[in-house]
Design a binder for this molecule. Sequence first.
Ligand SMILES: Nc1ncnc2c1ncn2[C@@H]1O[C@H](COP(=O)(O)OP(=O)(O)OP(=O)(O)O)[C@@H](O)[C@H]1O
Length: 274
Amino acid sequence: MLDAGETDEKLLEVNNIEVIYNHVILVLKGVSLSVPKGGITALLGGNGAGKTTTLKSISNLLRSERGEVTKGSITYHGERIQDLAPSDLVKRGVIQVMEGRHCFEHLTVEENLLTGAYTRSAGRGDIDADLDLVYSYFPRLKERRRSQAGYTSGGEQQMVAIGRALMSRPETILLDEPSMGLAPQLVEEIFNIVKSLNDNEGATFLLAEQNTNVALRFAHYGYILESGRVVMDGPAKELRENPDVKEFYLGMSDEGRKSFRDVRSYRRRKRWLS
Ligand SMILES: Nc1ncnc2c1ncn2[C@@H]1O[C@H](COP(=O)(O)OP(=O)(O)OP(=O)(O)O)[C@@H](O)[C@H]1O
């Protein structure tokens, strides 16, 4: 059964992609995933698993890092998007919010938001209406609209980064590690806003997150990446109940602490998969 807001229309399809950095470093070894329209899909995994690389492959931001998709394909609404410039992709409705917030520190909060509308030819009236929409989701940003972004808190900068993405009126938002460096209460606040944007505006999300716990509470579906491969995927509810996910990603297990032997057999299994 589909959760509220989620449809079974496939929007974004990543088919068996391989990514190589600097012509030699193989980082993604055949990643496939599919993002339904109106859903929140989570890309999970530890440091270096390949989450950011997957998002950048989709948004075409690899080239500046000497990275390249060498095999496989990526389609959006059935159209191959691999050769599009990132700005053309934004025009088609796909935008990435980079890890680490990336605000223009010397601009005010509102000026930062306005930069998000640059790909559109909308008039001032439409843009003002979109600003109001962003402020309705992030009332804190309205209070701080005239503050220099560099002097706002980490949580507010994350809100600016998401708000700026919203200004391009995206259909799909690729959100990289929204919880990074934020206190638990703020992480909860950000994820609640993601959920309301999904519920009320129908925004589709693909989010990369190390915080499996919070991501699986808010997402509809999850993919777990390890060493550049998807090792497990399923509806978020099922992943939350899966004993291996509980043990290795959520830090809990039904049978109490597993023995070292069990851990070793899991590691063997992981090695076998990689
Ligand atoms: N520009 C680059 N050149 C070479 N190797 C890279 C580059 N960017 C990333 N890598 C390597 O690719 C692998 C995957 O990195 P990636 O950033 O995609 O992982 P991640 O799952 O997002 O991890 P994190 O949560 O730490 O950001 C890592 O081993 C990393 O060292």
